[in-house]
Write a new protein. Structure first.
Length: 268
């Protein structure tokens, strides 16, 4: 996974450094954001085991560079952090509510090409990491978990309305999630730790974007987004370093996020 991301970043950097000529343009976009996190785990009979809901503040950056009138590359990253509500049950089936410390980090890039007027086709890849800290209560101990996976995307980006001062844009993508892993830490209750294989999954992402065009090099805008993906049930594996060691399995899950970004775009 790390080698794939590194290769993609190298290709992006080489494309940017090799670009030359009057058609080149670079844009840096800073986006304060709010993400509504919605994560659900299911049993083998599709009963809801637990659900996590809440708003996470965050910040996103995107660097875009036009190589030719028809080709461009993007590099982007985002980070969201906060606390969400957890409603579920213990392993014995007793209802359980607490909160979860949630950190979401992404880093990736994409290559874009014009296919028709203001419509572009793109392919991309990005690395996800989710740090999940299910908090202790007076009766139930919490868990530390770290999820990682690689996302590949293919999508279309199109300006659907343009006038002298405004641009409305739609961006839709199909996602492939690959090489998902989960680090489980049960050391709070001296049951050791292990790493589970989450396998592969699919998903989709939709962005609705509005941008206000100004006469200087700074433009402002708003983006509404929705995204989702699924993972199947993991393998089962014994922890190590515990007293005793225990068998751990991650249920199948779905993520359905929505959010809003406030964009500040600088051209140079």
């Amino acid at each position: 996974m790390k080698k794939t991301i590194l290769l993609f970043v190298i290709l992006l950097c080489n494309a940017m450094l090799a670009a030359a000529g009057p058609v080149t343009e670079t844009r840096l976009t800073l986006s304060p954001a709010l993400l509504h996190f919605d994560y659900t785990e299911f049993s083998t009979t599709d009963e809801v085991l637990d659900r996590e809901l809440g708003w996470l503040p965050g910040l996103a950056f995107r660097l875009s560079h036009a190589i030719t009138p028809d080709w461009s590359v993007d590099a982007y990253t985002s980070y969201y952090s906060g606390t969400v509500d957890y409603d579920g049950q213990t392993q014995s089936g007793i209802p359980h509510s607490t909160t979860t410390g949630t950190d979401l980090f992404r880093f990736g890039g994409q290559v874009n090409t014009a296919i028709y007027k203001k419509t572009h086709l793109y392919v991309g890849a990005q690395l996800h990491q989710w740090n999940r800290d299910i908090k202790d209560t007076n009766t139930v101990s919490g868990i530390d978990e770290t999820y990682r996976w690689l996302e590949y995307s293919i999508g279309l980006n199109s300006d659907i309305f343009i006038d002298q001062h405004n641009v409305f844009n739609v961006d839709i993508a199909y996602l492939l999630t690959r090489n998902g892993t989960l680090d489980v830490d049960l050391s709070r209750v001296d049951l050791g730790s292990t790493t589970l294989n989450l396998g592969d999954g699919t998903g989709a992402r939709l962005n609705l974007n509005w941008k206000r065009i100004s006469t200087n090099n700074i433009h402002y805008g708003i983006s509404l987004f929705a995204e989702g993906w699924d993972f199947g049930r993991s393998n089962s594996k014994l922890t190590t370093g515990g007293s005793p060691n225990v068998l751990v399995t991650e249920p199948k899950s779905e993520t359905r996020n929505t959010g809003i970004q406030f964009n500040i775009e600088y051209h140079f």
